[in-house]
Design a protein around this ligand. Structure first.
Ligand code: CDP
Ligand code: CDP
Length: 206
């Protein structure tokens, strides 16, 4: 039987870090759905048509540090406003979510649009200042010379575009558990998520 965990939230809230740890803990497969949009964004920066790029996306396109740049993140958030791009990526995500053995998917619209029937939904957030500082540290480690102010402006622009778009905007599902990681360690955020999932599994087992 499939068991799906949907983790949504804004940029650098900790979704990926929590998802990876949870996947290891429960033996679930993990899909970072942001990588799909980043891969399409990267192809568009290289001159491709967004919808054609989304339809032709190959799992091999999801590898690589080149997708982690701020420029690709912005391109991802622009292509993500196109309903035809989102449509082209839906079947792959739903197929992944239905894997036997369980799956965790993180993104913006997993609990609301991709997997509205997910057994567990979480909305992970943190203050914009906190998220910008986390992302800035990551970019610094990659050798980027972006200032904290630029990273903050970037994160805020992306949040506004993601939350304001007409199709599948960034939003918490009505039945999502909210986790604000601003003052939480990674270990605490992971422990809290594991507890939510374990409780859902227990109640399903009756
Ligand atoms: O996937 P998402 O963009 O939501 O965030 P992430 O890549 O999991 O986390 C962004 C950065 O914040 C990573 O460097 C994490 O190590 C860090 N982080 C943190 O400092 N405290 C947390 N509670 C969660 C993540
Ligand atoms: O790691 P971070 O949270 O900064 O970004 P990401 O999860 O890699 O997502 C990059 C961009 O893809 C987001 O700003 C969204 O515009 C878009 N995205 C989306 O629209 N729907 C998803 N399920 C995942 C990402």
């Amino acid at each position: 039987m499939s068991f799906t965990v949907a983790i949504d939230g804004p940029a650098a809230a900790g979704k990926g870090t929590i998802s990876k740890a949870v996947a290891v803990h429960f033996g679930f497969a993990h899909l970072d759905t942001g990588l799909l949009y980043r891969a399409v964004g990267a192809k568009v920066l290289a001159g491709a048509d967004p919808v054609a790029a989304a339809r032709a996306l190959d799992p091999a396109d999801l590898d690589g540090d080149a997708l982690r740049t701020a420029e690709v993140a912005q391109a991802a958030s622009r292509v993500a406003t196109d309903p035809a791009v989102r449509d082209a990526l839906t079947a792959f995500q739903r197929g992944f979510a239905a894997r036997p053995g369980g799956a965790v998917l993180d993104g913006r619209d997993i609990g609301t649009v991709i997997c509205p029937g997910a057994q567990v939904k979480l909305f992970v957030t943190a203050s914009a200042a906190c998220r910008a500082e986390r992302r800035w540290k990551e970019l610094q480690a990659q050798g980027s010379d972006m200032t904290l102010e630029t990273v903050l402006a970037d994160v805020q622009a992306r949040d506004a575009r993601d939350a304001g778009r007409a199709t599948a905007p960034l939003a918490a599902a009505a039945d999502a558990v909210l986790i604000d990681t601003s003052d939480m360690s990674i270990a605490d955020a992971v422990a809290r998520t594991i507890a939510v999932i374990a409780a859902a599994q227990k109640s399903l087992q009756g």
